[in-house]
Design a protein around this ligand. Structure first.
Ligand SMILES: Cc1cc2nc3c(=O)[nH]c(=O)nc-3n(C[C@H](O)[C@H](O)[C@H](O)COP(=O)(O)O)c2cc1C
Length: 166
């Protein structure tokens, strides 16, 4: 594994997100992973920051709301393609997605949330802020397209503490 900086991988993030990525979270004894397609990377508070958006209905939300870290694993070589499909429709409430998809959690340093060994680009993040979308502050266009069912996102801001690449 190589350690990279954010500038070196920002383009990969933009290119890979439409294919999916795995957001993995552990808090206490609960571990879960789900597919995401939306995230941002940038600089806030003079720190490299990644944000992820998790709807309240997700099992992942139950875990991440109690967590102090998350990881995001991409698959530039395509080997997680079928995991992205499964982890984007099955819930950790009733499926062990690690077992079903053959995913291996890898723990580093003192970070509670593992990354997924089968990926090839990983963001390891410490949660520094979270914020629920405020419906009254959102454009009507976005509300109509994405939130007809009132299942809003909570946005988690993670300080990127490590970026690892195969
Ligand atoms: C390509 C793709 C991208 C997705 N992106 C997100 C996302 O950014 N945020 C989100 O809350 N759900 C997203 N989902 C839906 C979750 O992955 C899906 O509901 C999953 O089953 C939730 O699992 P959980 O209940 O174990 O958390 C996406 C699904 C797919 C297929």
């Amino acid at each position: 594994m190589k350690e990279l900086n954010l500038a070196a991988v920002s383009e990969d993030v933009i290119n890979q997100l439409p294919k999916g990525a795995l957001l993995t979270v552990k808090a206490n004894d609960k571990l879960n992973t789900m597919t995401i397609g939306w995230a941002t990377v940038g600089r806030i508070w003079n720190k490299p920051i990644m944000t992820v958006l998790v709807r309240f209905s997700r099992h992942t939300h139950e875990v991440i709301s109690r967590a102090d870290s998350f990881t995001v694993s991409f698959s530039k070589d395509g080997s997680l393609k079928s995991a992205f499909a499964t982890c984007g429709k099955k819930s950790g409430r009733d499926t062990d997605k690690f077992q079903e998809c053959g995913l291996t959690p890898v723990y580093i340093d003192n970070i509670e949330s593992p990354y997924i060994a089968e990926g090839d680009l990983h963001f390891i993040c410490k949660i520094v802020y979270k914020n629920t979308l405020e419906p009254e502050l959102l454009s009507e266009e976005i509300k109509d397209i994405w939130y007809k069912d009132n299942d809003y996102h909570c946005i988690y801001f993670g300080e990127i503490v490590k970026i690892l690449s195969k």
